[in-house]
Design a protein around this ligand. Structure first.
Ligand code: FAD
Length: 420
């Protein structure tokens, strides 16, 4: 049996492991720092109290229970010792025949230490819970304060980054302001207090990788919902409740949500020249890491420039990660059965973003189609439901969405802080 160690149980790692499940030529060990898989595209719904964490996450040991040749090891990657075909984890050492990095990406603060210290990222389940607690805590404080300028800061949210995450969070917050605030916070609602939801971006568009139609539809829908979109603003600092921008402008707020960039991780034991743009590991058409033997990288953490349609590398999207995981599994099987490996080529199924209830945008590349409004929202709901890891999570999510849709409300707005 070939020992395959996969570091990271996200879209890429899980799809690779599942495809190799039951193949008697391999034994697979999935390593992850968490004991659960989760679905990043719906994190913001946990942060805004529309979904529970268990709707979008699932324990690895339960997931791999039926795969006799798959084991799970909880631990953090620490070092690669390539000459010995071994990795060091925070929880022990593991030997491998094939090693696969599927570690995704992490939040990029572009070296701004104060932003890193005080802004709220949106990358993990912990981040989503932290943001949910923070938003609800600030609302409670706003109900109590008599200081007008303090109240304005508490009721102002700045979301940095006009990509899908920034758009989706700002849309959801605007829906909450419209539907939940008047019912749950009578001390604030209807008193004419100043409050803002700013979505800011350094570029002059939202949803930059999507079509011009999607960009303008999203801009119009968010503006109509009350989101104040500001372009050409690059965050420089965030200190003492003041976000300052490169052009000298400032916004006072207690809440800066950071959805402005990601970067891959640097791994101890992999030489500097093996990393490309965004610190992504440079791989060839078979996802082999440059200069290393039997070491592979898939998903957000790799940079593959061999796909003719994506000479600068693939976008860091779930579908790329899923397809790379599946293709690598086929290639491992091909090698074991003496067949030829196939180079990876990404099949773009399209992109989408939700803006609010009954509002979304969808771009499909072939044939070129654009949807907006209710139909796009319906497509978004369907695609996200079927993409969840199993039936249990799909049913729970559908239930929560249905009840939230009809009541325009949800009861998950709980401040739960584990003891520090
Ligand atoms: C808020 C948000 C919204 C998004 N929305 C969309 C969307 O709408 N559509 C879309 O296509 N894409 C979206 N994405 C991007 C998409 O989630 C990623 O492209 C995808 O998750 C990449 O899959 P992956 O397997 O490479 O990494 P991930 O899914 O990030 O998985 C990486 C795994 O590795 C583990 N890990 C990382 N480092 C270590 C380590 N050192 N040791 C052990 N384990 C480690 C992590 O715990 C994690 O389980 C979104 C991302 C975010 C954060």
């Amino acid at each position: 049996m070939k020992k395959i160690v996969i570091i990271g149980g996200g879209f890429a790692g899980v799809n690779l492991a599942k495809r190799l499940g039951g193949k008697k030529e391999f034994h697979i060990t999935v390593v992850d720092r968490n004991n659960y898989n989760f679905f990043p595209p719906l994190l913001y719904q946990v942060a805004t109290g529309y979904l529970e964490t268990s709707n979008i996450s699932y324990p690895f040991r339960r997931l791999f229970r039926s795969g006799k040749n798959i084991s799970f090891h909880m631990g953090e990657f620490e070092k690669l010792i390539a000459p010995e075909n071994k990795i060091i984890l925070s929880t022990g050492d593991l030997p491998y025949d094939y090693l696969v990095f599927a570690t995704g990406a992490e939040t990029n603060y572009f070296g701004m230490e104060n932003v890193k210290k005080s802004a709220l990222p949106m990358k993990t389940i912990n981040d989503a819970l932290e943001l949910r607690n923070h938003l609800l805590q600030k609302m409670e404080e706003a109900t109590r304060t008599k200081d007008e300028s303090e109240r304005k800061k508490l009721l102002t949210t700045v979301i940095a980054g006009g990509g899908p995450t920034g758009v989706e969070i700002s849309g959801m917050l605007a829906e909450m302001k419209k539907n939940v605030l008047p019912r749950d916070y009578p001390e604030i609602s209807g008193h004419g207090y100043e409050s803002h939801i700013y979505l800011i971006d350094a570029q002059d568009k939202v949803l930059a990788p999507m079509s011009k139609k999607s960009q303008s539809d999203t801009f119009n829908a968010l503006t109509k919902l009350g989101v104040e979109i500001k372009f050409g603003l690059q965050v420089k600092d965030y200190i003492d409740d003041v976000v300052s921008f490169a052009n000298g402008e400032t916004i006072e707020t207690k809440t800066l949500v950071w959805a402005a960039g990601v970067t891959a991780s640097v791994f101890n034991g992999i030489p500097e020249e093996n990393y490309g743009r965004g610190r992504r590991l440079i791989v060839n058409e078979f996802n082999e890491v440059k200069g290393l033997q039997n070491v592979f990288a898939i998903g957000d953490t790799c940079l593959q420039t061999t796909d003719k349609q994506f000479p600068n590398g693939h976008p860091q999207l779930a579908q790329v990660a899923i397809q790379q995981g599946q293709q690598l599994a086929k290639n491992f099987i091909a090698v074991e059965s003496g067949k030829t490996r196939r180079p990876f080529s990404y099949f773009d199924k399209g992109s989408m973003a939700i803006i609010g209830w009954n509002k979304a945008v969808v771009d499909i590349p072939k044939p070129l189609l654009h949807f907006k409004g209710f139909i796009a929202w319906f497509i978004w709901i369907f695609v996200h439901l079927v993409s969840l890891i199993n039936y249990r999570n799909r049913i729970r999510t559908l239930y929560n969405w249905t009840s939230a849709y009809y009541s325009k409300d949800q009861t998950l707005r709980l401040i739960i802080r584990p003891k520090q």
